[in-house]
Design a protein around this ligand. Structure first.
Ligand code: PLP
Length: 436
């Protein structure tokens, strides 16, 4: 077994291509020529491995899938067009038809929309619980529950749930724990070490790391036994009509991820959110420097959080390293190498100060993204989380004054000076409005 830094650069099977390129080529093709009628038939029937059409696979994407599976210690992975489609496909493959999901309160707003609007329209229900309360997780589990879902580091508040405790509850209930590891990435946290079964990513963020390309990944850690209670998982344990009536669990089991075979041949195939080969290569390039970037961003974020915590124009900083933060212990235990570059703060002048601060910043691009090489700023309650009700915002632990930062790779002193200047300008303008 190689070290993680080696896997970041070399993980997965070497791609043998004409002219021996040292870096995986972008296989920019929609379809693949079959060697023969028989080969085409066997590949379609899943009797033979092979590429058939880029909606269900592509060699550039395959290398990315192998690399993230290796980094996470999983058995297989599936690339999708976006993080949103990775979360949706993972949940549909587990919970359709008619299942139920229990999810933590600190989720990305798009995932909350998926759970509270779109999946219910498809007959899948969800209960959002206070993710720091084990009893709430336990109480929300129903006979039809098919997954527990949580983010290993929540945004915008840097919430760090007790993954081991939630994993124990999932095991007691006989359902898989799905962890969205987007902010932490395998460089900071490997969910398999804390009892997770399936990992999902928005690869658009820190995995890609340069803000160029959308992508999503689902990793099957191979830890969940879908055969233990076969009546719960008919999609895996009963004959699969569209592929010659094979029972996916018997044919592929956990070692070859029956779960991802279903996710790929049914949900990704039918709904169509394919990862572009170009984006797959961009994300592979990003992963080569993942640990270096994420550790540097974590260090800078911590420094800036400490500075803001001591700042008279800042009321509160949501970062596990700040004194009194409720996630300090969990972060020490689960994230000894850092908590990533994303955190948030509340200006002392409240929500009215937000537009002035956001517009005065020059080293923070105002953009609805995180994990970029550039530092970014956003006001979640009017953008990324604008669909959340006041009650959902409160459950997620932030307010209408919360400003989210995603720390990039710039010189820390420049970012600090920019924040100081923006806070002062917004304060002066608030004072002059009061005077006038
Ligand atoms: C934690 C998390 N999961 C999923 C997503 C959705 O990913 P994407 O924007 O790539 O569709 C995001 C996007 O911000 C996210 O932050």
């Amino acid at each position: 077994m190689t070290g993680a830094a080696t896997s970041q650069v070399r993980g997965g099977a070497p791609v043998h291509a004409p002219h021996n390129p040292a870096v995986v080529p972008i296989y920019q093709t929609a379809a693949y020529a079959f060697e023969s009628w028989e080969a085409a038939r066997d590949i379609f029937a899943l009797r033979k491995a092979g590429n058939l059409y880029s909606r269900t696979g592509n060699p550039t994407q395959t290398l990315l899938e192998q690399r993230i599976a290796e980094l996470d210690g999983g058995v297989a992975a599936l690339g999708t067009a976006s993080g949103q489609s990775a979360v949706a496909i993972a949940l549909l493959a587990l919970a359709a038809p008619g299942g139920h999901i229990v999810a933590g309160s600190g989720l990305y707003g798009g995932t909350v929309d998926l759970l509270t609007d779109t999946l219910p329209d498809l007959g899948i229900t969800a209960t959002l619980v206070d993710q720091d309360d084990p009893q709430a997780w336990r109480a929300a589990i129903e006979p039809g529950t098919r997954a527990l879902l949580v983010e290993s580091i929540g945004n915008p508040t840097s919430a760090v749930p007790d993954l081991d405790a939630i994993a124990r509850i999932a095991k007691e209930a006989g359902v898989p724990l799905v962890v969205d590891n987007t902010v932490a990435t395998p460089a900071l946290l490997r969910p398999i070490e804390h009892g997770a079964d399936i990992v999902v990513y928005s690869a658009t963020k820190a995995l890609g790391g340069h803000g160029t390309s959308l992508g999503g990944l689902i990793v099957d850690l191979g830890t969940f036994d879908f055969g233990a209670q076969p009546e719960r998982w008919p999609q895996l344990t009963e004959p699969y009509a569209r592929v010659g009536d094979v029972v996916l669990w018997e044919r592929f089991g956990r070692e070859r991820s029956a779960f991802l075979v279903l996710a790929k041949t049914r949900w990704s195939h039918d709904l169509g959110p394919a990862l572009s080969p170009y984006n797959a290569q961009q994300i592979l390039l990003g992963i080569e420097t993942l640990d270096l970037r994420v550790q540097r961003q974590s260090t800078t974020a911590r420094e800036i959080a400490a500075h803001l915590h001591a700042h008279p124009l800042v009321a509160e900083v949501h970062h596990p390293s700040v004194p009194g933060n409720p996630y300090a212990d969990a972060a020490d235990r689960l994230l000894p190498h850092g908590t990533g570059g994303v955190f948030s703060f509340e200006p002392a002048d409240g929500a009215d100060a937000v537009p002035g601060i956001v517009d005065a910043l020059t080293h923070f691009t105002l953009a609805a993204n995180i994990g970029d090489a550039r530092s970014l700023v956003i006001h979640p309650s009017t953008t990324t989380h604008s669909h959340l009700t006041d009650a959902q915002l409160e459950l997620a632990g932030f307010t209408r004054a919360t400003i989210r930062l995603s720390i990039g790779l710039e010189t820390p002193a420049d970012l600090i000076a920019d924040l100081d200047r923006a806070l002062a300008l917004a304060h002066e303008s608030a004072l002059s409005t009061i005077d006038a």
